[in-house]
Design a protein around this ligand. Sequence first.
Ligand SMILES: Cc1cc2nc3c(=O)[nH]c(=O)nc-3n(C[C@H](O)[C@H](O)[C@H](O)COP(=O)(O)OP(=O)(O)OC[C@H]3O[C@@H](n4cnc5c(N)ncnc54)[C@H](O)[C@@H]3O)c2cc1C
Length: 429
Amino acid sequence: MTFYDLIIIGGGAAGQMAAISAKRNNPNLKIAILDRTFTLGRKILVCGAGRCNVTNIHLDKSIENHYYGANSEFVKSIFSQFSYKDIVNFFNDLGVELYVERKTDIGKLFPVTDQAKTITALLENELKILGIDTHLNTEVVKAIKGPDTFVLDANTLNQEGKAVTTNQFQSKYLIISAGGKTYPALGSNGSGYSLAQSFGHSIITPVPSALPIATKNPLSQELQGVKMELEVTSIIEGNEIKTRTDDVMFTQYGLSGPAILNISREISIHINRENKSNVQVKINFFPGKTANDVKDILGKRWNKRSTLTLEESLFGLFPTKIPAALLKVIGLDKNLPVNKLSEEQINLLVTSLTSYKVEIQATRGWNEAEFTAGGIDTKEVKESTLESKLVNGLYFCGEILDVDGDVGGFNLSWAWSSGNTAGKLKGSL
Ligand SMILES: Cc1cc2nc3c(=O)[nH]c(=O)nc-3n(C[C@H](O)[C@H](O)[C@H](O)COP(=O)(O)OP(=O)(O)OC[C@H]3O[C@@H](n4cnc5c(N)ncnc54)[C@H](O)[C@@H]3O)c2cc1C
């Protein structure tokens, strides 16, 4: 039996931050991170397509508009203790500058090296300097609270992920930061939920979020591989829910790209948690413009060059594959001269260009989702400390909690801030 003051289950972004925070705040504590994979922070490495979108410049401005699940007071309470500025200062102090990507106004921050590896390397340095033990390939399968301490059973896993031996660990305090369920190959496979449940905690059914969607629409079939900035709106049971403008990728199975990922949360909850259907996505090929605006735009083009065919007249507005494909699926002859279009045909075209609706059949799965919506019910967790309301000395942080944010650095921000707060062990020390 190995004894520690604090054990952290899961060494992702949240768990590593919790360990650093705990040791900086309480230098005398003997701390260990237990992680089921062969290295810490594997999910950090895939963040931002390997560049790691660490945080977002808009983080402090309107938390309630960027986070879901827990009520906004809960989330605000955590960010008030470790804010956007603190996250930036933390990484500057570790040794890397962050810069704001100016390509869009989303406000994403990346390390100046544009390498997620920089982030994991600097965190690892800090854990080493602080003397935090890490036990890799160590999967916690059981956790109980005795009279004074937590007792954990952990399997040592071989390269194939098979248990070879079982060890026991004991600790005064326990932080569970085992992540959600997405990309299970990178470590977080949902086993943290069972550990939390064994302490009596309730789980809001986790569903994959920020993921592509499957649709049976002829346009995706025609446009496989085409990417374009579009405005997309989720429509659930006839109500428009969320609109985002960003890149959309047409794929063989349906739709992907950041705009789709950003509207997928509510769609996934409706389909995967509530087992309902009747979901559509509306596509506007002219973001921010109405059908009348588009009628004007096209009218001007057609007056100037009235002998062009309908397809030719749309070149320059979209990637060249789009006009023929769209005209085909809405049943307009691409060779029609624009000066021969009827009012009815014009209306069909502008309506399709501004509100082309596709029926959603399903979301893609856990292996394609960036994060989890759902998790440990935050009603059972103290909002100032992240300590369990049910078990003294037990804390949670990161994606395992029922908190998820928008794409753009908000989920790592949650991991850093909640990790920092949980690590203080406020309430216990
Ligand atoms: C492809 C992709 C791209 C992303 N890009 C971004 C981005 O650019 N910006 C952003 O903000 N967010 C991004 N995210 C989301 C972000 O990565 C996560 O929200 C964040 O890393 C969660 O951190 P965490 O520490 O809570 O969980 P995780 O990183 O999942 O860490 C949990 C750890 O716990 C370990 N573990 C689980 N169960 C056990 C157990 N029983 N015993 C021992 N160890 C266990 C796992 O091995 C894992 O190391 C992305 C996610 C994906 C999948």
